[in-house]
Design a protein around this ligand. Structure first.
Ligand code: ATP
Length: 201
């Protein structure tokens, strides 16, 4: 069995920032958000089944899924959300497996924003790494980055797992409640442990 890490964290917690630091050290990153995006881009494998199930009106002129329209549709139709997930999840899963198989890094990090929420991830990675920060720090970062109002960010966070739920499944935690400068030392220490666990040290 290949040594793999499932990296997660709430919106704005710093998943991408932390994943990139591991990448610089030689880990291979498999980004499930990027995979989902590619599947629903023009020529993506999910386009034909989405068109067949939802109709042409959910495919835009470029041949991509109309994200805004789909988001609005599934927001008010839980069955449609389940149908979309039934199309996407198996495709995301097989593509993450494929990318992990061809990865050449010293170990693989799956970056999975909704790892705790989706349930199917626990057990698929050798260890779960949570990027943690206080909720008020998340709110401030996302307001700043995305130009959103406080209540808009809080609504997104309310639909995600709680900080406690994430920490409860964590094997390892990176504290990103402070300065960016506090990250490399934590990442380097975990990388050394992961190399050892992967049999690469
Ligand atoms: P999302 O789930 O929204 O994609 P994420 O968890 O991948 O977010 P990042 O994109 O890494 O998080 O970080 C969110 C924002 O906060 C970015 O604008 C990033 O530059 C900033 N940020 C990350 N870590 C820190 C830090 N320690 N101090 C200040 N700003 C930070």
């Amino acid at each position: 069995e290949r040594f793999t890490i499932g990296l997660t964290g709430g919106i704005g917690s710093g998943k991408t920032t932390v994943a990139n630091l591991f990448g610089e050290l030689g880990a291979s990153l498999v980004d499930t958000d990027a995979i989902a995006h590619a599947l629903t881009a023009p020529e993506g494998l999910a386009i034909a089944p989405i068109r067949a199930h939802f109709g042409d009106e959910f495919i835009d002129a470029r041949g991509a899924m109309d994200r805004a329209r789909m988001r609005q549709h599934v927001f008010s139709h839980p069955n449609a959300r389940h149908a979309l997930e039934a199309i996407l999840h198996p495709l995301i899963r097989s593509e993450t497996v494929r990318q992990a198989e061809v990865a050449t890094g010293s170990y693989v990090i799956f970056v999975v924003p909704l790892l705790v929420e989706s349930g199917t991830w626990v057990g698929r990675a050798s260890r779960i790494l949570v990027v943690d920060c206080p909720e008020q720090v998340q709110v401030a970062r996302v307001m700043q980055r995305n130009g959103l109002q406080r209540d808009e960010v809080e609504a997104i966070m309310a639909a995600q797992a709680s900080r406690q739920a994430r920490l409860a499944v964590a094997d390892d935690v990176i504290d990103n409640g402070g300065d960016n400068a506090a990250l490399p030392e934590q990442v380097n220490a975990l990388h050394a442990r992961y190399l050892a666990l992967a049999g690469k040290a």
